[in-house]
Every structure is written in structure tokens, then in C-alpha cells.
Design a protein around this ligand. Structure first.
Ligand SMILES: *Cc1c(COP(=O)(O)O)cnc(C)c1O
Length: 462
């Protein structure tokens, strides 16, 4: 290409103002939220990088689709548009709409798993793990060795350890009803999985007669990484690559809040007729009739259009470059983060960045508070607050103390990101002064959403 500046491949037709706040206002908001960024009001946040899930901006074509939405209870035109799009891209014969990805996981696990089963995955997303474990199955993560190390470089760091997969299947005959691969590997940092790895896992699962599913939430971002990093795919388009990925699987679960470019929705898709029948029976009980499954007709239209937009090469080039750009700026400033950059998010390494704060004082949590206080940026701790609480009430530090900056799709511009970089550089300059936090009150599980905190040293905190 002649010019190297990668621009947002869209222009803005509707704007949503964001509100500037002063540091003093943010200090008040933070205290009112008991030093928990989940308890802040969205309006008090300037740049919200809490998640890329359901936070994207829809296109004029998606909004036009919403106007076409057919709200017929059974057999709506919008269902057939959705069904045709999913079948065109995935090739699966049965398409079952759900209100989110986790509903697809819930239905699939009900139809396939029983107590004592094992499901291997490169890395389970937390809702996937929780749904499998709720059936009494064990959710086994078998990433490649590099996947365990935040600083290890690998072009496909999301890959599954295929030797471990072979071993699990050989050693547990009859106990593995399902093999899954998550693309991209969200819990492992949004790292991609290669086509070779998907093909390998598929072949091993098939040899053992076990169905192989993709957790396809970021299938388009994964296809782009394959296009740019895997030999033999330079000349293949993202949609061709996506079709090949799906052709290696027997089905998939999907959250349309990610690469469906929609604000809500998901689906379950598969080839097995009998399994699809069982899933639809549950769908009717828990979600809705098989032609809407918990969604409005207009949601189905938005997803039908969004799935193709997620595969647009101009969009994907910009999307992946956007994250890389941030990563380059921060790496050159010496800010420690998980490398290489993933597809949808950056993960700051708070343990390396704030070595003076022990895990018992939650360095990642403290960092997320400082990002908000200093710059109005909301990011999410993935560390000892999220994972340190044990079922018996005891406390065990997490392996990593990360803070995730997740990027909503088509929402923020380059200047927003330059601002985020500037705030991070400033935070870097005051890092030695940042102090930890303590928990004042917490629920028995999933405490990060609602726990109340206190800075350990008032005033010195940032
Ligand atoms: C978001 C996500 C899910 C769950 O989807 P929801 O729509 O949030 O229920 C499952 N797997 C992965 C990899 C995800 O990122």
C-alpha cells in the first residue's frame, strides 16, 4: 500500500456526546462507587474500555436492517435472513438463535454433558467454564506452553496443545463428549489460533469420534490473524478463511455481541440433526420459539448484516492495527503488558508495573482506579480481585495481575486512543506513588462486580 496511515474505515453520521469530568468530580464518583469501577455510572466515564461485548457501533446498513425487522412470532422473514447469513458463513445446517453466547453454551451443555465428563479447550471463557461445571463436567484448559507466559512471543499464542488433547482423549475414553477451541482465545489475551491448529484438533477429535465445536465469538478477528500470519493464507479473504475454520468443526457457539457487531444476541449452530432437535427443545423452554430464540426480529437483522461487516478486510485491517498501535506506543514507553497484542484488547501487567504493591493489596485493582481518577478511563482488573476468592472463603493470589483495556468496535477514534496513551504515560510517571486497596465488604462469589473497597492510604493513592 502506498500510504501507511490506517484510517477509521467509516465516517460518523450520528454522535453520542461523552462528558468531560474534572479529577475532583471523578474522585467523588469513585468514592460514591466504593472504589469499584463496576459501580460507576457510565455517564461519569470518558472512555469506556471495560468490555468489547455489545458495546460496538452499528452501521447504517444494520440500522436499516432493524427497520426491516419482522416481529412475526413464528417464521419471521428476519429469522430467514439471519439463518441464511449464519449458514453462508459457517456452513452449519442448523442455526439456533439465542439471546447471548452464554445461552448457547447453556443449551449445548445441557444437551451434551453429564457429571464426570471432561471438555478440553485451548482456554474456556468464564461463562463457558461455569456452564460446563454447572453440569458437573470439568472444563480443562490446554493451551500451548507459550500461552502460559505473558511475555512469550508466538504468532498463534492462542493455540491448543494438541499432544495434551490426544492424551486426554486416549486416557479418558467415553468421558470426553465435546472438544472446543475458542477463537480468538479471549481468556488467554485475545490471542489467535492457527488454521493448522484448528485442523489438528479437528482431526484428533474425529479420530476419537468426539464432536468438535468452536467458541466462535471472535471468528473474524481470528480469520484476519490467519490471513496476515499463516503461510498459504495471504491471498485468501477473511470470509474464505472463516468458512474453512468452520468447515473443520461440527458446530459452534457464538456471542453476536463480539464479531456479530450487534448490541445483543448469539447463536448455536451444528450439523447433527438429533443434537439440534434436543437443543431446540430446551430453547423453547428457556429462550423462545426456534425462529427467534430470545431475540427481536430487528436483532436478527442487525446480526445478519453485522456478521458480514465483521469480515470486511478494511474493517479488520483497521481493527487489528488499532490495537497494535496502542501496544507499540506502550511498549516503547516501557509499560509492561501481555505480548503480543491480541485482537480486541490490551492487558497491562500490573504485577510488573507496580512491583511495590503485593497481590494482597490488589495492584491491578489499584491501577484501574488510577486510570479512572487520572483520565476518566474505565478498564477491568483481571487479577486477584477477580480470581483470588476461593469457594471456601479463603484467599489465594491469582497467577497474573492484569488490567484489560478492551476496545469497543467502531466506537473510539485514533485521537481517543492517543489520549488513552497519554494518560497511560502519565500514570507511568506516577507509578511508584500508587498505593494498594483493601476490601471492605464482599459477596461470597464473583466479588469484583459488587465488592466495596478502600484505598490503603487516602490522599497518597495516586
Ligand atoms: C463473550 C464471550 C462468551 C459469552 O458470550 P455472552 O454473549 O457474553 O454471553 C463466550 N465465549 C467467549 C470467548 C466470549 O468472549
Amino acid at each position: 500500500m502506498k500510504f501507511k496511515t490506517i484510517i477509521e474505515p467509516f465516517r460518523i453520521k450520528t454522535v453520542e456526546p461523552i462528558r468531560q469530568t474534572t479529577e475532583a468530580q471523578r474522585a467523588v464518583a469513585l468514592a460514591a462507587a466504593h472504589y469499584n469501577i463496576f459501580l460507576l455510572r457510565g455517564e461519569d466515564v470518558l472512555i469506556d474500555l471495560l468490555t468489547d461485548s455489545g458495546t460496538g457501533a452499528m452501521s447504517i446498513y444494520q440500522w436499516a436492517g432493524m427497520m426491516r425487522g419482522d416481529e412475526t412470532y413464528a417464521g419471521a422473514r428476519s429469522f430467514y435472513a439471519f439463518d441464511a447469513a449464519v449458514r453462508d458463513i459457517t456452513g452449519f445446517t442448523h442455526v439456533i438463535p439465542t439471546h447471548q453466547g452464554r445461552a448457547a453454551e447453556h443449551i449445548l451443555s445441557g444437551a451434551m454433558l453429564k457429571s464426570g465428563d471432561i471438555v478440553p479447550n485451548n482456554r474456556h471463557f468464564d461463562t463457558t467454564r461455569a456452564n460446563f461445571e454447572a453440569r458437573g463436567a470439568s472444563a480443562m484448559d490446554i493451551p500451548i506452553a507459550e500461552g502460559h507466559h505473558p511475555q512469550a512471543l508466538h504468532p498463534f499464542k492462542g493455540n491448543m496443545d494438541l499432544a495434551a488433547l490426544e492424551r486426554v482423549l486416549t486416557e479418558n475414553p467415553g468421558r470426553v463428549p465435546l472438544v472446543m477451541i475458542t477463537v480468538t482465545n479471549n481468556s488467554g489475551g485475545g490471542q489467535p489460533v492457527s488454521m493448522a491448529n484448528i485442523r489438528g484438533a479437528s482431526a484428533i477429535a474425529r479420530q476419537h469420534g468426539v464432536p468438535f465445536f468452536l467458541d466462535a465469538c471472535r471468528f473474524a478477528e481470528n480469520a484476519w490473524f490467519i490471513h496476515t500470519r499463516e503461510a498459504g493464507y495471504e491471498d485468501r479473504t477473511p470470509i474464505e478463511i472463516a468458512r474453512e475454520m468452520f468447515s473443520l468443526a461440527d458446530g459452534c457457539t457464538m456471542s453476536a455481541k463480539k464479531d456479530g457487531m450487534a448490541n445483543i444476541g448469539g447463536f448455536l449452530a451444528m450439523n447433527d440433526d438429533a443434537l439440534a432437535q434436543r437443543c431446540r427443545n430446551t430453547l423453547i423452554l428457556t429462550e423462545g420459539f426456534p425462529t427467534y430464540g430470545g431475540l427481536a426480529g430487528y436483532d436478527l437483522e442487525a446480526i445478519a448484516v453485522g456478521l458480514y461487516e465483521a469480515l470486511d478486510p478494511d474493517y479488520l485491517r483497521y481493527r487489528i492495527r488499532f490495537v497494535e498501535y496502542m501496544a507499540e506506543k506502550m511498549t516503547s514507553a516501557g509499560i509492561p503488558m501481555v505480548r503480543p497484542a491480541g485482537g480486541h484488547a490490551l492487558y497491562l501487567d500490573a504485577k510488573a508495573w507496580l512491583p511495590h504493591i503485593p497481590p494482597s493489596e490488589y495492584p491491578g485493582w489499584a491501577l484501574s482506579l488510577v486510570l479512572y481518577l487520572e483520565g476518566g478511563i474505565r478498564a477491568c482488573e483481571i487479577g486477584s480481585v477477580m480470581f483470588g476468592q476461593q469457594p471456601d472463603g479463603s484467599e489465594r493470589p491469582a497467577d497474573l495481575e492484569l488490567v484489560r483495556l478492551a476496545f469497543p468496535r467502531r466506537v473510539y477514534t485514533q485521537s481517543h486512543m492517543d489520549y488513552v496513551c497519554e494518560v497511560l504515560l502519565h500514570v507511568n510517571s506516577i507509578a511508584p506513588r500508587i498505593r494498594g486497596v483493601r476490601i471492605v465488604e464482599q459477596p461470597p462469589a464473583l466479588r469484583h462486580f459488587t465488592a466495596k473497597f478502600e484505598p490503603l492510604v487516602r490522599g497518597v493513592f495516586a
